[in-house]
Ligand binder design. Structure first.
Ligand SMILES: O=P(O)(O)O[C@@H]1[C@@H](OP(=O)(O)O)[C@H](OP(=O)(O)O)[C@H](O)[C@H](OP(=O)(O)O)[C@H]1OP(=O)(O)O
Ligand SMILES: Nc1ncnc2c1ncn2[C@@H]1O[C@H](COP(=O)(O)OP(=O)(O)O)[C@@H](O)[C@H]1O
Ligand SMILES: [Mg+2]
Ligand SMILES: [Mg+2]
Length: 352
């Protein structure tokens, strides 16, 4: 059964057509003060990311809208390349961060997506969820929190006492503290008893496992646009299973490997997407607090509840290639960035 009601947010197609007409009108100068020039986007991505993101359909659509993607040569100074209107990047390392920071200072006219410091904040599984916890979002549509968690910096023998002290409930998910793009940073474990946790290698985050019916929601954010999909997740752990099991079970990268659950025959109470107004508010707040425009959230609904949600993961510049209609959403976003910059510049000139 495909749950149509939420997946296609009704008038999106119409809205897009309208936007395209507006952007065409803009580019040929009808009703706007000046014709729009092309938008040059420099990109610095891994080859894996280039392949999954810069698909021919995206490049083709972008070209039609006047957007040109240009590969950044990492062996040459950034300032000698371009000129760029936007720099899109997802590379790791201190050196690259410094290059980008310097470039941002010397080229304030270029939009760097996103600032390196803001990205660093979500590369640590402790700080990544702090803003969600601080936000403490609760309204008529639901409540959004983070699972109770504890950070273990070193000394695995201290874990059982630390878990007792904080009162964490088993089972626990153990996650490497730092997310650095490596397969290892996505190797998680499920611990049925706290003594087995001594076997793990800190630094890590221990998080209470929340039963959620085996389905998670990926909320993709691209500027002001959001898109939600369902993915299969870890199955629930029942009390009986918990009392019978002991030990730590390692599991590799779940959500990437997990198939889409959008077309699966699911329990409606599990499958129902989180209310759109709640997600809109959450995304808007997080965009502001995190200072990021390109990210996704892994959200789960506590099993047996209708409106109790937990954010368990935030990823910078995730796999947009898997987001429905990403080509339109992304190109519209890039255009909106340069349009708002143009409007600001015009307003500034007028005020002089
Ligand atoms: O490779 P993909 O397309 O599955 O994207 C990965 C993301 O999958 P998702 O879009 O959430 O399904 C993935 O999300 P998860 O952490 O698996 O929830 C990460 O964002 C990953 O980046 P990194 O390895 O942590 O730097 C992303 O990997 P990169 O493409 O950035 O290497
Ligand atoms: N607190 C939790 N409760 C229940 N399941 C969880 C929890 N944390 C993680 N998971 C499961 O483990 C998967 C991977 O965890 P996640 O924090 O998203 O790490 P990664 O960055 O490697 O994707 C999730 O997609 C979900 O299936
Ligand atoms: Mg995840
Ligand atoms: Mg992640």
């Amino acid at each position: 059964m495909r749950l149509m009601e939420e997946i296609a947010y009704k008038s999106e197609e119409e809205e897009r057509e309208e936007e395209e007409m507006v952007s065409q009108a803009y580019s040929i100068g009808k009703g706007f003060p000046q014709p729009m020039k092309g938008v040059v986007v420099g990109y610095a991505l891994t080859s894996k990311k280039t392949k999954s993101f810069l698909q021919p359909k995206l490049e083709g659509l972008a070209r039609n809208k006047g957007i040109l993607f240009v590969a950044i040569d990492q062996n040459r100074p950034l300032s000698d390349q371009g000129p760029f209107d936007i720099v899109l990047h997802k590379l790791l390392g201190k050196e690259w961060r410094q290059i980008l920071e310097d470039y941002r200072l010397t080229h304030p006219e270029v939009t760097v997506l996103d600032p390196p410091d803001a990205i660093q904040h979500v590369h640590n599984r402790q700080s990544m969820l702090q803003d969600v916890a601080d936000l403490n979002l609760s309204d008529a549509y639901g409540k959004v929190g983070v699972p109770k968690q504890l950070v273990i910096k070193k000394d695995p023998s201290s874990i059982p006492d630390a878990v007792n002290k904080v009162g964490l409930m088993l089972p626990l998910v153990a996650k490497p503290l730092v997310v650095d793009g490596s397969a290892k940073s996505h190797e998680l474990s499920l611990a049925y008893d706290k003594y087995s946790l001594e076997k793990l290698e800190p630094p890590l985050v221990l998080q209470e496992f929340v039963n959620h019916g085996g389905v998670l929601f990926k909320v993709y954010v691209v500027g002001e646009a959001i898109k939600v999909v369902r993915r299969f997740s870890l199955p629930d752990v029942c009390k009986r299973e918990l009392s019978k099991c002991a030990g730590v079970f390692r599991f590799p990268r779940v959500s990437c490997a997990a198939a889409s659950a959008d077309d699966a025959d699911l329990d409606p109470g599990v499958a129902e997407l989180p209310p759109r107004p709640l997600l809109e508010r959450l995304a808007r707040e997080l965009r502001r607090r995190l200072g990021l425009r390109l990210f996704n959230l892994d959200i789960i609904r506590e099993y047996g509840t209708q409106d109790r949600f937990y954010v368990i993961d935030i990823n910078y510049f995730p796999g947009y290639g898997k987001m429905p209609e990403y080509e339109h959403i992304f190109t519209d976003f890039l255009l909106s960035l340069s349009e708002s910059k143009y409007k600001k510049r015009t307003a500034l000139l007028k005020s002089l």
